[in-house]
Every structure is written in structure tokens, then in C-alpha cells.
Design a binder for this molecule. Structure first.
Ligand code: 6GU
Length: 236
């Protein structure tokens, strides 16, 4: 079955954007996934086609109105329920992880509501049971780029770039670690030699070297991942 993505946004013209290229673009051309955008502006009812309003309690910026988001979601969701998760992209959401990407990829698709302005009226998020998701600890000007990130992460798993066997093996090897460094020809470039072990043909030695490199870089750059791994391997 085709994996279905529906994106609700004030900027439908941003899509497919990068998802029209490379792996995701080929997968879409090949019918592996489909993309539909819904323009939130189409659900405005007043003369000025307004979709936002000032926040109760004061403060900077504008808030996406509940009625607008609700009507747009109803237009997508009020058929027979198709089981697609409904996510709201917002910097106050739960961090999106590779496990989330795998779980999305295993399902029928996703419905993504992109926040703009300062936020989305919380009542529509609760009423529609949306899960709030963030892609990292920085603030983007809207959820569109974040939606593209989620979709790319899920689609590349669907598309099975690596064979299932390769990727399972690779994953158990590297779970929770950053990758070891990669090298290709030439064996010497500007006086820099490729690590000799990689030219040795000794597969066990290569695997051990890569493992040590992955562990060292993880410890240095991502103490959070390193600590989580230590807890998983040696539970208290
Ligand atoms: Cl999902 N939206 C916005 N606007 N900023 C973000 C984000 C999402 N995730 C990280 N920063």
C-alpha cells in the first residue's frame, strides 16, 4: 500500500521541496508514498481570510486559531478513520527520534499540522488528540521544515535503501552510537593516509576498529547517548 502523507500548512507551495528530489522524490514517483497538502487559508471564513489572532494573556506574536485548524483536520480526518497518526509540529513538542521514524514508517502514513506564528491554540491540539513533536532544541520560523524532516526520515526507511538484512545487522552493531569515519579512494590524499587497517582485508580487525572509533566519537560528542548506552548495558 502507498504510504500517505497529508500536510496542513499556510505554505503549501513549500512542498514537496526537497522531498521531490533524491531518494524521497524517486520513491514518490514510484508510488511508494503520496503527498497531499491542505492550505489552512482555505478554511478561513471571514472577509480577510484570517487564520490567526492575538494570544489571550498578551505577549508577542499570533496564534493559529482553533476553528481553522479544526476545520482543516476535519476535512482530512472525517472520512473512515484510516489510523494515520496526527502530529503537530512545534518546538514545544516531544523530540522526534529514529524510533519514532521507524514507527511512522511501519504505519499507513501521517497527518502533519505545521505551526506558524507563535503557536497553535492548545484546545484544538487536545480536542483532536494531536501529538506535539519537535525536531530539536532550536526555533524554526514554522513547522514546514520539521515536517519535511519527519517525512524524509520515515520514507527512507520505507524505501528500504539498504537491504533489510544489511540494515538490521548495521543497526544492532551501531545502536545508540554515532558512525565511525568513512574513507574512499585514493588511499593517500594530500599526504593523509587512510587508516591502514581498512586496507588490510582483515574483516574482524576492521570491525573492531570501527567499533572503537564509533565509541570514541560518541563519548566525545554525545555524552547523553553514551550515558544512555551505558545504562542499557549495565542496568543499575
Ligand atoms: Cl517542529 N517547529 C518549529 N517552528 N521549530 C522547531 C521545531 C518545530 N522543532 C524544532 N524547532
Amino acid at each position: 500500500m502507498t504510504w500517505r502523507a497529508t500536510v496542513l500548512t499556510l505554505f503549501p507551495e513549500m512542498f514537496p521541496g526537497p522531498l521531490g528530489h533524491s531518494l524521497a522524490g524517486r520513491a514518490r514517483a514510484g508510488g511508494l508514498w503520496s503527498l497531499e497538502t491542505v492550505d489552512l487559508r482555505d478554511f478561513a471564513t471571514d472577509r480577510h481570510r484570517s487564520v490567526d489572532d492575538t494570544p489571550f494573556g498578551g505577549g508577542a506574536g499570533m496564534v493559529l486559531r482553533a476553528e481553522i485548524a479544526d476545520a482543516a483536520l476535519a476535512s482530512v480526518d472525517d472520512g473512515p478513520p484510516d489510523g494515520r497518526p496526527m502530529l503537530a509540529l512545534t518546538p514545544r513538542g516531544q523530540p522526534f527520534t529514529q524510533a519514532d521514524a521507524a514507527s511512522l514508517a511501519a504505519g499507513p502514513g501521517a497527518i502533519l499540522l505545521c505551526g506558524r506564528y507563535e503557536g497553535i491554540d492548545q484546545r484544538v491540539i487536545e480536542a483532536r488528540g494531536l501529538r506535539e513533536v519537535s525536531i530539536g532544541d532550536y526555533v524554526l520560523s514554522g513547522g514546514e521544515l520539521a515536517a519535511m524532516v519527519l517525512l524524509d526520515a520515515a520514507i527512507r526507511l520505507r524505501a528500504g535503501v539498504m537491504g533489510a538484512a544489511d540494515s538490521a545487522e548495521e543497526e544492532s552493531f551501531s545502536a545508540g552510537l554515532l558512525e565511525y569515519p568513512h574513507y574512499t579512494r585514493p588511499a593517500e590524499w594530500r599526504g593523509r593516509r587512510v587508516p591502514e587497517v581498512l586496507l588490510s582485508g582483515n574483516h574482524a580487525a576492521i570491525a573492531a576498529w570501527r567499533r572503537a572509533q564509533a565509541e570514541a566519537v560518541t563519548r566525545a560528542r554525545r555524552p547523553d547517548l553514551w550515558a544512555r548506552r551505558a545504562r542499557q548495558e549495565h542496568p543499575a
